[in-house]
Design a protein around this ligand. Structure first.
Ligand SMILES: CC(C)(COP(=O)(O)OP(=O)(O)OC[C@H]1O[C@@H](n2cnc3c(N)ncnc32)[C@H](O)[C@@H]1OP(=O)(O)O)[C@@H](O)C(=O)NCCC(=O)NCCS
Length: 167
């Protein structure tokens, strides 16, 4: 596939497309609702980036910021504990349309969050994932996987982190 892909910060008008992509890429149990996506866009648009091709949103990443050292389910669901100046960035959703996978789009979206986090002088970028994606994130520079207390959707969730240099 050779269509050009553009990366940019999210806009309010992307809400329906982002919610649709979330539904497409995650199971019903794990997909953030349209309301959650709306809250992320409203609360922290500077941590929300999209990949666009031919007018369609084909990838997205969104994050929050927190001072908490452990990621909680409530942070994911309700942004509880999110504060703009939080010392850590926490990635909530990373999703790439199935037709566009394997082209480095997720890698580029993660880089956008890492660069934005560096500019905001965050100490690290964190995320939760299932065991099957630990290799993927380690390949992109994340490390120190640790099993968390989360049992969201009856799964085991691992926290990985990407330390940022202090400036
Ligand atoms: C996981 C996901 C975001 C990857 O998107 P993508 O755009 O295909 O990923 P990229 O092309 O940027 O891949 C980056 C690297 O990781 C590798 N990779 C991709 N998917 C992988 C996987 N499931 N496991 C291990 N490595 C993987 C790629 O080979 C690539 O390696 P390279 O840089 O040597 O070529 C996409 O499959 C997706 O949306 N899945 C459903 C939602 C999901 O599970 N999101 C993550 C929630 S924690």
């Amino acid at each position: 596939m050779s269509q050009q892909v553009y990366f940019r910060q999210v806009r309010r008008s992307d809400l329906d497309n982002c919610a649709g992509l979330e539904q497409l890429c995650y199971t019903d149990q794990e997909a953030a609702t349209r309301e959650h996506i709306a809250k992320r866009i409203e609360t922290y648009p500077d941590g929300f980036f999209v990949a666009e091709s031919e007018g369609q949103i084909i990838g997205m990443i969104n994050c929050g910021a927190t001072h908490m050292d452990d990621i909680t389910d409530e942070l994911y669901m309700q942004l509880a504990g999110h504060v703009r100046n939080g010392k850590h960035s926490v990635i909530f959703s990373l999703a790439v349309h199935p037709d566009y996978r394997g082209r480095g789009i997720a890698h580029e979206l993660i880089n956008l969050v890492i660069e934005a986090s560096k500019k905001k002088q965050k100490q690290s970028v964190h995320l939760l994932c299932k065991k099957s994606l630990i290799n993927f994130y380690e390949h992109l520079g994340f490390g120190s996987p640790k099993l968390t207390d989360s049992s969201f959707n009856n799964s085991n969730w691992y926290e990985l982190s990407f330390p940022l240099p202090s400036v």
